[in-house]
Design a protein around this ligand. Structure first.
Ligand SMILES: [Zn+2]
Length: 278
């Protein structure tokens, strides 16, 4: 792998007719890749994460609906995997698991482009399929998921969506929080479940060396309490994606305060939108 890729380099694959990369690729060390779908392709511009272990890799999320010509997910995943395999040269077949932080449309749309990829398993979408695959026993339960010399911890975290999971990666210290925690509008489908999930994540953060909360979107600006309206394509002053682990306590407290209180609850670096029962 070229050094510049190892050092968080960016390889832009361009969408037609735009200077916004269709899928931005950012390496964090040798075994972790953060991808972001371009705003020009879909306003949600979700982040995807690809993690490599010595025995297999896992991709969390496959992006928002887009014309395949504008969203080269398969080509990009293949290129990244080829680059990694060329360097690491694992023995034996090297499978890829495609899973989801949760199955909203902007996180699963590229599934069919990976479904026929060799040695690739695409995990189902509903809570039963997700819990069955990872060996989860219900809300708040956790289970290890082995990539080979890299054991993820997968936690069932409903509240934004019944099938939502959160993943701790000890390799980076990242807590992959999906749409449960990120610098933007945290849409709550079930406020009691959401608050319980935040309790669980706060508990986990107390006993694991979490270095950052890495969610799936950025909707806040750098101005405290100001988010970009839904559908915004240009976000020149958007907040950074990673949030410090200490922010979990703020989200947790806000989640409890929002129980039974529908609507928007604005905080400096996130906004809770309680849609419970809506
Ligand atoms: Zn979502």
């Amino acid at each position: 792998m070229p050094d510049d890729l190892i050092r968080c380099g960016t390889m832009g694959l361009m969408a037609s007719g735009s200077d916004d990369p269709a899928l931005r690729v950012q390496w964090h060390g040798a075994d972790t890749v953060l991808l972001r779908q371009g705003k020009s392709v879909h306003h949600e511009a979700p982040f995807l994460v690809l993690l490599f272990g010595s025995e297999r890799a896992i991709l969390f999320d496959t992006g928002a609906p887009a014309d395949p010509d504008d969203f080269p997910l398969r080509e990009t995943v293949d290129h990244i995997a080829d680059t990694w395999l060329e360097r690491a040269r694992p023995t034996g077949p090297y499978p890829l698991v495609v899973a989801h932080t949760h199955p909203h449309d902007d996180h699963v749309a590229g599934d069919d482009r990976l479904a026929d990829r060799p040695r690739t398993t695409v995990v189902g979408h509903d809570a039963g399929a997700v819990h069955g695959f990872f060996g989860l026993a219900g809300a708040g339960s956790s289970a290890p998921f082995e990539l080979g010399d890299r054991t993820l911890e997968v936690i069932a975290t409903p509240g934004h969506h019944a099938a939502a999971i959160t993943v701790f990666d000890p390799g980076t210290g990242w807590l992959l929080t999906g749409d449960t925690v990120y610098p933007g509008r945290l849409y709550i489908e079930d406020d009691v479940a959401f608050a319980a999930t935040l309790d669980r994540l706060a508990e986990l953060t107390g006993v694991r060396e979490v270095t950052a909360l890495v969610g799936c979107h950025v909707e806040m600006s750098t101005t405290p309490g100001v988010d970009y309206p839904e559908g915004t394509i240009e976000q020149p002053d958007e907040a950074e994606l990673p949030m410090g682990p200490a922010r979990l306590e703020a989200v947790r407290a806000a989640a409890h305060a929002a129980i039974g209180m529908p609507g928007r609850h604005v905080h400096d670096d996130f906004v809770l939108v309680n849609r419970t029962g809506g």
